[in-house]
Ligand binder design. Sequence first.
Ligand code: UT7
Length: 326
Amino acid sequence: MKFVKIAGLGKYLPSKRLLNSDLEKMVDTSDEWIIARTGIEERRIAEKGVGASGLAYKASQIALERAGIDPQDLDLIIVATITPDTQFPSTACYLQDYLKAKKAVCFDMSAACAGFVYALVNAWQLIRGGLYKNALVVGSEVLSTITDWEDRSTCVLFGDGAGAAVLTESTEPGFLSAYLGSDGSQTDILNMPGGGSRNPISSEVIDNRMNYMKMKGNEIFKIAVRIMVQAANKALVKANLDKSSIDMLIPHQANQRIISAVAKRLSIPKDKIYLNIARYGNMSSASSAVALCEAWEDKKIHKDSIVVLDAFGGGLVWGSCVIKWV
Ligand code: UT7
């Protein structure tokens, strides 16, 4: 079995900022409510017509350059997204074309907010098993296209962005462990009911606003804290590590109160948790990817740092992975 490491990280955030004060003009909400309940101050919005592949391309170019890997040497591209450019072909195929990564095998990963962690684990295992050498893993979302801008309970939460990681073979580990989980009995608490094969796009779907995300926020909140703590602990046990060995926790950025509750239960001090929810809101699969990239850019991750990613989302799905920075 091969060892695998992250060789380069990149991110891209659209320049358009949507402030809480802008939302105050759109729905019955307030800056105070949004900050107190979520920690979000602003989010980014992609230009009309720019798909997940467009954001992914910009993040990927940076990650590849930092990794010193030519796109032509990529064996694998996985894009985690719930806002693909089209139902098919996959966003990963569009990205392959932009990058001219001709020999790469490409597919999308549908695991909502845990998508980047799921995709990392898949790429790690495919390199580990010797099938591929170089992989590009991206979390990219244009959530603004599936957000109901008339629903104050969800529209204040989400934003657009992309983060990318290049994974390669390594002489030392690298990826130490992972724990993934799913619970398909909870599909009703976070979903987008329209636009798929069950309710294809129709005037009825649009009239009933079924082509937007629906969420029972309260229910998810309680489950999220418990599940994220459990996932991180299980991944750490698999890596033969204790929670005290975490140098940087990269949690999914859904709600600052969720992150604080998770940190408290894991006894992790504030300076060991990366937070960017105030600036970007919840970007689903892109949240962990961008947060990981920024933690590295901010020099909060060094050689030998133990980094733990911890995410959950609609499905329900969740996952944590432990990486030693080499
Ligand atoms: O990314 C993956 C999964 N997603 C999540 O993890 C999200 C998890 N859930 C949450 O983050 C929180 O549940 C929310 C931020 C979505 C909501 O916060 P909450 O503290 O759970 O509020 P709530 O839903 O219990 O609503 C409390 C009150 C309600 O009013 P009443 O019934 O008490 O009069 C809501 O109608 O706040 C009201 N409310 C708002 N008020 C102002 C809901 N949204 C808003 C809003 N502005 N945007």
